[in-house]
Ligand binder design. Structure first.
Ligand code: GLN
Length: 453
């Protein structure tokens, strides 16, 4: 813990941590030592972790990387982080993210960009760590924690993991409690870990997961021994390769990476089969209707009364307006406007209801593949390697949204997905592959992920 506390202090230029909690960390580490000396101790005893600043932490500021939560200190702990402390983990601090987890590069944070520890060969130009869990991914990659919590609404665990050469798993919707996690799009949001290895991610998810009556969408199903699944191998498994993920303009090196991943699984005893997920191309536009719609509703609670920032006005309505105008950043405002528009009378059927129908079709595509004997699906995690800071932020927002083309399908269908490093691009930046599993079958993802890693 001391080594990590020191490393964090030396790596502030990365801007990965928003809040450092060294005193709490060292006190927790001492308590861990005492438990271990007494022959006690949980499965994560003494392991120093970072917490994405979307998880409420009792007595420690929680910002969601937004000005609107300035001054908010929760008096409760998220269920997922509570589970980690129950098992002996140590909290190093709170990690930067895109504001309210909206973004794919960590450039929408109100507290500044996170810088990836990676660089292109022969270049000093700063690279994005991906988003929205950019602080989590950068901190794990830069050895500023042993593992981190993250959340994934449309790729925010898997895309930053792919960009930083780390492992990230979004479990099945309902596997982890959302209680105490700042809500973005409630029907899509799931917590999961970012870690250095598939095994580490299995161990962390084992602690984070579990039924919680305080979240009605949390499923009452046993948490398997994920760590045991890591070494299970892939003999006898059928891995699907969905032809619709061969998107137009995909760089040759991504196609080559994907082919190589399939070869590795085949060499380890899996059968590779081409499959079709026909509604894939509708997932991204439908996601960018459903997610903003739910966000506009969830973000209505930030009114200057209940949490954080308040900017006074001449009456209560102008106080709301002033607070929200000053407290939310550009991307968050864009989402609120899109969400409000697609939910409004007259447009609701044309956009929101239509997007929900597409969501059902996407889910059915996966159900059909699984019913036909596919155990997991292999795809690239992202359409490219990480890009430079500022390279895409100022461009058309749709350009940024295109990053999520391979990851949003998984959230729309509520399925588990893991991203693991599979190689480097021509410029020396990490590239990741993604495995998508059956509902509540994270074990197969750990087994197959271990073969690829
Ligand atoms: N990049 C996507 C978005 O901006 C996904 C974000 C996420 O998964 N939290 O909505």
């Amino acid at each position: 813990t001391q080594a990590h506390v020191d490393a964090i202090a030396e790596a502030r230029a990365l801007n990965a941590y928003l809040v450092e909690t060294p005193e709490r960390a060292l006190a927790m580490a001492d308590a861990s030592d005492a438990r271990l000396a007494a022959g006690e101790g949980g499965p994560l005893e003494g392991l120093p972790l970072g917490i994405k600043d979307l998880f409420c932490t009792e007595g420690v500021a929680t910002t969601a990387a937004s000005r609107i939560l300035e001054g908010f200190t929760p008096h409760y702990e998220s269920r997922v982080s509570e589970n980690l402390w129950r098992d002996g983990a140590v909290m190093l601090g709170k990690l930067n993210l895109d504001e309210f987890a909206m973004g794919s590069s960590n450039e929408t944070s109100a507290y500044g960009d996170v810088i990836s520890p990676w660089r292109r060969n022969g270049s000093d130009a700063a690279i994005v760590p991906g988003g929205s869990s950019g602080g989590s991914a950068a901190a794990v990659a830069a050895r500023l924690c042993l593992g981190a919590t993250a959340t994934d609404t449309g790729g925010s665990i898997r895309q930053p993991a792919a960009f930083t050469g780390t492992v990230g798993i979004k479990p099945t919707y309902g596997r982890c409690s959302r209680w105490g996690i700042v809500a973005f799009a409630s029907s899509l949001d799931q917590a999961g870990p970012i870690a250095r290895t598939v095994r580490d991610s299995a161990i962390l998810l084992g602690s984070m997961a579990g039924h919680d009556p305080r979240d009605t969408t949390s499923v009452d199903i046993a948490v398997p021994d994920f760590e045991a699944a890591v070494s299970r191998g892939v003999k006898g498994l059928t891995i699907g390769i969905p032809r619709e993920y061969r998107v137009e303009g995909m760089p040759a090196e991504i196609q080559a990476l994907w082919d190589r991943g399939a070869e590795w699984l085949k060499a380890a005893g899996a059968t590779i089969r081409e499959i079709s997920l026909p509604h894939t191309k509708l997932a991204l536009p439908a996601y960018y209707i459903v997610a903003p719609a739910e966000a506009s509703s969830n973000l209505a609670r930030y009114d200057g009364v209940r949490y954080g920032l308040r900017v006074p006005g001449k009456d209560i309505v102008s106080m709301y307006e002033n607070t929200r105008a000053a407290g939310f950043g550009r991307e968050v405002k864009r989402r609120i406007m899109i969400g409000t528009y697609v939910l409004s009378a007259g447009y609701y059927d044309a956009y929101y209801v239509r997007a929900q129908k597409i969501r059902t079709l996407i889910k059915r595509d996966f159900e059909t593949a699984y019913a036909e004997g596919v155990d997991a699906i292999l795809t690239p995690a992202t359409p490219s390697a990480a890009f430079g800071i500022g390279e895409k932020a100022s461009a058309d927002p749709v350009e940024m949204y295109l990053n999520d083309v391979f990851t949003v399908t998984v959230n729309m269908a509520g399925l588990p997905g893991i991203a693991m490093p599979a190689g480097l691009d021509a410029q020396g930046l990490p590239l990741g592959l993604q495995l998508i599993g059956r509902p509540f079958d994270e074990e197969t993802l750990f087994a197959a992920g271990q073969v690829i890693e």
